[in-house]
Write a protein that binds this ligand. Structure first.
Ligand code: UGA
Ligand code: MN
Length: 333
């Protein structure tokens, strides 16, 4: 009898607890929870997953050969840039280097107008992420613009471009010995440090066989100067000043095949050329107008601009310097 009662009690208790549990569960179902914490966790998870997805998509693009052209087979572009020390030099070279980073197979030949390589240019190149060569050659005093001279009085960058050409010819002849005829494949472009370059320009010049040409914006006192093309050939030049020059075009408006540079070892820029004849002094010994290869949609698109950087005024710096309060000279600008 006692045992019977105990079993019955246990059974009733078990039944009650289960029933209570069931009732509680049913009540929870209909109730709203405090979800803000859940939402934050959910949002974080979603944005993390989105980030992961984006990363994977980028990686897939990079490794998909149909979307990214195989870059290593492209002919190299050798860009020769004359440069000289001044307040804006680092800014100019930084802007250029970051444009060039978008161009595959580009080798930057920076030629300083100085008697020694400088630490500023050395460090900038080392940190640029580009393939590069640092050269230097000082413009002789009698050929250099003096303070106060008008900028057109003497050609600028002639010795430096010639030094770049010398390096290229030497490089091609030494690698020819090792690899046979392939050493002079590639294109040479003279990029001044103050111009503005579209990355599309480099696609245009990549397949230059002799000398390729295109328009230049904001040059010669005009909106643009350009070769004029008819039937796929350059027939004259659109320019407002001395159109009868052999090649009335700016340095930024042409590229030359390395082959032509190597097979014409005497073609150089004439540091004594009169105003506006520097480009002609080099081009007339290697090409004729009829042979020029028009690019940029038959010379109808402007992809490079002859921008010039304003010289910064240092009036306040000079005034503070006199009071011993000038900017810290150890900070590189
Ligand atoms: C124009 C042309 O665009 C230049 O290609 C050409 O060399 C120049 O005229 C000229 O007739 O000599 P512009 O803007 O007047 O250019 O020249 P800069 O940009 O002042 O100089 C051209 C290049 O030479 C620049 O890369 C500059 O850094 C370099 N340069 C200039 C030197 O290496 N040393 C100097 O003393 C001055
Ligand atoms: Mn310039």
């Amino acid at each position: 009898m006692r045992l019977k009662l105990k079993l019955k009690t246990v059974f009733v208790l078990y039944f009650m607890v289960s029933l209570l549990g069931l009732v509680y569960a049913l009540m929870q179902l209909g109730q709203r929870c405090d979800c803000t914490e859940h939402d934050i966790i959910k949002d974080r998870t979603i944005s993390r997953l989105r980030g992961d997805l984006h990363k994977l998509q980028e990686e897939a693009k990079r490794s998909d050969p149909t979307k990214a052209p195989k870059k290593t087979n492209l002919p190299p572009i050798y860009v020769i840039t004359p440069t000289y020390a001044r307040l804006v030099q680092k800014a100019e070279l930084t802007r250029l280097s970051q444009t060039f980073l978008h161009v595959p197979q580009l080798h930057w030949i920076v030629v300083e107008d100085s008697d020694q390589p400088t630490a500023l240019v050395r460090n900038l190149l080392a940190e640029s992420g580009l393939a590069y060569t640092q050269l230097h050659i000082l413009t002789p005093k009698e050929r250099k613009l003096q303070e106060g001279d008008p900028s057109w009085l003497k050609p600028r960058g002639a010795e430096q471009r010639n030094e770049g050409l010398r390096w290229l010819r030497e490089m091609a002849s030494t690698s020819r010995g090792q690899q046979g005829a392939a050493a002079d494949s590639g294109v040479v472009y003279f990029a001044d440090d103050d111009n503005t370059y579209s990355v599309k320009l480099f696609d245009e010049m990549r397949d230059t066989r002799g000398v390729s040409v295109w328009p230049v914006g904001l040059v010669g006192g005009m909106r643009f100067e350009s070769p004029v093309v008819d039937g796929g050939k350059v027939i004259r030049f659109h320019t407002g000043w001395r159109p009868n020059r052999p090649f009335p075009i700016d340095m930024a408006s042409f590229a030359v095949s390395l082959h032509l540079v190597v097979t014409n070892p005497d073609a150089v820029f004439d540091g004594d050329a009169q105003m506006g004849f520097l480009e002609s002094s080099f081009l007339q010994s290697i090409i004729t107008m009829e042979e020029l290869e028009p690019k940029a949609d038959m010379c109808t698109k402007v992809l490079v601009w002859h921008t010039r950087t304003e010289k910064p005024k240092m009036k306040r710096e000079d005034a503070l310097h006199k009071q011993g309060l000038g900017s810290d000279p150890n900070v590189e600008v």
